[in-house]
Ligand binder design. Sequence first.
Ligand code: ASP
Ligand code: MG
Length: 439
Amino acid sequence: MIVMKFGGTSIGSSDQIKKTVNIIKSKLSEDPIIVLSAVGGVTDLLLKSFSLAINKGVIDYSEVKEKHLLILKDLKLPLNLLDNEFLDFEKNLDILKNIKKDNLEILDNLLSFGEKCSVKILSSYLTLFGIKSRYYYSYDLGMLTNSNFGSAEILSETYELLEKSISLLNKNYLSVITGYIGQNKEGKITTLGRGGSDYSASIIAAAINAKRIEIWTDVDGVMTTNPKIVKNAKKISEISFEEASELATFGGKILHPKTILPAINKNIPVCVLNSFNPEYKGTIVTKNNNKKELTAISYKQNVSLIKIKSTRMLYAHGFLMRLFKVFDDNNISIDLISTSEVSVSLTFNDFNNLNEVISKISEFGKVDLFENKSIISIIGQKLKYESGFVSKITGILAKEQVNIDMISYGASEINICFVVDDADLEKAVLVLHKELFEI
Ligand code: ASP
Ligand code: MG
C-alpha cells in the first residue's frame, strides 16, 4: 500500500483534478490510499467567511460556493453534490453571526468543510471516470485528537484505530480520506494546524505500514533554498529525515514540520512530487543519507530576539527553568537559545502579550529586545565533518556587511542557525547560497 496526498493546487481546478486522476490511475497497482487537502485557496476563503460573520455579522460564503460549483460544472458532476455541506456551513456561520465572538471550536468545524467538499468531489469524479471510489472523513476512521482546536495533536490510540478501520474498508473501492481534520473524544471536529494534510497522510501511512508516502504538490521537490529569492536554487534529489525536519521547522514550506515524525518511526520514505510535472523525480526523504554535503538553506522571518544579562542569577540554581516557565506560561515557543555565563539569548515568533512577558523576565536581569530579525538555517551532514565552518560563514557575511546577532549550532550537528536583521535576509541568503552551493 502507498499513501498519496494531494495538496490544494493539485485539485485546484477541473483540469488539475483530471491530471490528478491520471496520476492516481498510474499507481493503482500499488494499492493507494488518497489523502486530500481542500481545493486550493478554500481554507483561506473559509477563514474569511468566519471573520465576516463574527466581525460584521454578515453571512457570505459566495466565493467558496462559486469555486466548488465551477469545478462540479466543468467535471460534469451533479451541481447539487455539495448542497448538504453548504447548508451545514451556513448553519455554522449563522451561529457565529449571533454569538459574534471568536470561537475556535466553531472555526475548526467551519474549516473542515474544505476537506469534506474536496474528498466528495474527487471520489465522485474517480467513480465517474471508471475508478470505483468512496470518501471518508478521517475521524470516522479513527483520527482522534486532543482538544487543542486549531492545532490539535493526535492521541496515541489513533494509529491502532486507523489501522483497524482501514483494514476493514472494501478493497474494491479506492479510498479518499480528508487530510487536516480530526475529532476529539467528545466528537468535536479539530484541525491539525495549517498545512496539516501532509501530517495526516504520514499518520495514516504509519498506521497501515505503507510502503511509501507521496506528497503531491506544485513544485518539483525540496529545493536548496527559496527559488523566489535565489534563481539558482537547485532541487534536492535525496534528503534525510533529520535534514527534512530541520528544513521544515526553519521555514521550508514544502512539508508540514510534523510530517516526518510518523514516517521516521516506521521508516517510510516520503516522496515530494509535482502534479504539474508528474514525470519528474522530485525529492525523496529517507532514513539513509550518508552524503557529507550541504543540503539546504532555509529561513524564518519576523522573529524577535531577547537578550537577558544577569551576573546574579545565571549561576543560581533553576534560573533557566524559571525563565522558560515564563515563556511556557504564555504559550510562546522558543526557536533558538544560546547561553553564556552571564547572558541568555533566545528567539521566538512575535506574539501579543510581549510587554507582559518582558516585564516578568526583567525580574531576572537586564532585558534587551530586538525585533524584525530572521533566522537563517544552514543544513547538511557536512557540518558534522568540516571544522571551521562557522568562521567560513561569518566571513562570507562580514564581507557583505551583514551583522550576526546570534549563532546556534543545532544539537543534531546537521544545522547551524544565524540571526540577522530582516532587512539583510535576502542579501545574506543570496550570498550564502552562491558561496556554499554554486561553486
Ligand atoms: N487545507 C488546509 C490548509 O490550507 C490543510 C492543508 O492544505 O494541508 O491549511
Ligand atoms: Mg502544504
